[in-house]
Design a protein around this ligand. Structure first.
Ligand SMILES: [Ca+2]
Length: 346
């Protein structure tokens, strides 16, 4: 009996100890982690902030690199490889000519220039081996090697034409002041191989000149209505292709991403009307434009009327001034002026 009682107490004590241990364990598990001191919190915040700072510093460095690239990459400089997304050369362009023609044509005016033909003038070029060569004016000044895709200089040529004419091209290809549109198909063929820069030369009726350069000038094919794309602007005429300085102007007049329109093929964003009809020409219209170099040739400079349909570059001379001279010309950004030696341009 006594032995049994002692055993019972011992058992009771062990059970109590076990419970106590379990309780202690539970308490230690459930109690909150030791509270961080203000100093620890501060240190932790500091580490997080330093990590964010590092990220921002990296970003800043990247932006500085990009800015340096943009500033250093003028139109006759060498294109940086870091940020240029070169498009691959289309296989059909590499096909050999099937015509049996022994005359080898240069692909563009840069190639003409590089083959030591450095006089301004009309040359027959052939951007695609599977298509016929065609005449174009090569501007061998201004660093040389420019293929001119559009020119206005005297108002003699009619630019109020339909889709088919703008597709094939029209105008005179003889005199140094002849006006023409090279044709959307030819322009597409010239642009499709590689990234090109576009330079726009402008002159008003007082003989004052301005220019605008756009990097990575592209148009899509006819299925996509020769849709326009362009990159960074530089120059002293203002970025009229982008529509103007404020958001509202850009919304209605930025030509970036716009398809080509003619009076018989309205692809503009002006739902209530036809920009090409109002402007009497083919162009990449939005609602409608802040720049239209194919517009009506008003020999007075300033003009009035229902529509701002002159030869317009609004960021320089406004919408109601029609320019005397315009030329749109293209060249590879990597084109190196091998002719003049000193790299200066007029
Ligand atoms: Ca429309």
């Amino acid at each position: 009996m006594h032995g049994t009682e002692t055993n019972g107490r011992l058992h009771e004590m062990i059970t109590m100890r076990s419970w106590l241990l379990l309780l202690l364990l539970l308490v230690s598990l459930c109690s909150p982690a030791p509270r961080l001191s203000d100093k620890d919190i501060c240190l932790l915040d500091n580490t997080k902030l330093q990590q964010r700072l590092k990220l921002l510093q990296d970003l800043l460095q990247l932006c500085e690199l990009q800015l340096k690239d943009i500033l250093g990459n003028n139109y006759h400089g060498t294109k940086s490889k870091i940020f240029s997304a070169r498009r691959s050369i289309q296989p059909e362009i590499l096909l050999p000519t099937t015509s049996g023609n022994l005359i080898v044509y240069d692909q563009d005016c840069s190639a003409v220039f590089n083959s030591r033909k450095i006089e301004n003038g009309y040359y027959r070029i052939r951007p695609r081996a599977d298509r016929e060569p065609f005449l174009v004016y090569c501007d061998m000044s201004d660093g040389g090697g420019w293929t001119v895709i559009q020119r206005r200089s005297n108002g003699k040529e009619n630019f109020d034409r339909k889709w088919a004419d703008y597709k094939q091209g029209f105008g005179q290809f003889q005199g140094k002041n002849d006006e023409y549109w090279l044709g959307n198909e030819h322009i597409y063929d010239l642009l499709v191989r590689e990234e090109n820069s576009l330079k726009i030369d402008l002159m008003d009726w007082h003989g004052e000149r301005r220019y605008a350069i756009y990097e990575n000038f592209q148009i899509k094919n006819e299925q996509d209505n020769y849709r326009l794309w362009f990159g960074t602007y530089s120059g002293n005429a203002g970025d009229a292709l982008s529509g103007g300085s404020n958001f509202e102007e850009q919304w209605s007049a930025s030509l970036s991403g716009m398809p080509f329109s003619t009076s018989d093929k309205d692809h503009d964003r002006f739902l209530a009307g036809n920009c090409a009809q109002e402007n009497k020409c083919g162009w990449w219209f939005n609602r409608c434009h802040a720049a239209n170099l194919n517009g009506q040739y008003y020999k007075t400079g300033n003009y009035t009327g229902h529509y701002d349909n002159g030869v317009v570059w609004s960021t320089w001379r406004g919408l109601w001034y029609s320019l005397k001279y315009t030329a749109m010309k293209i060249r590879l950004p990597s084109f190196v002026d091998v002719g003049s030696g000193n790299g200066k341009s007029s």
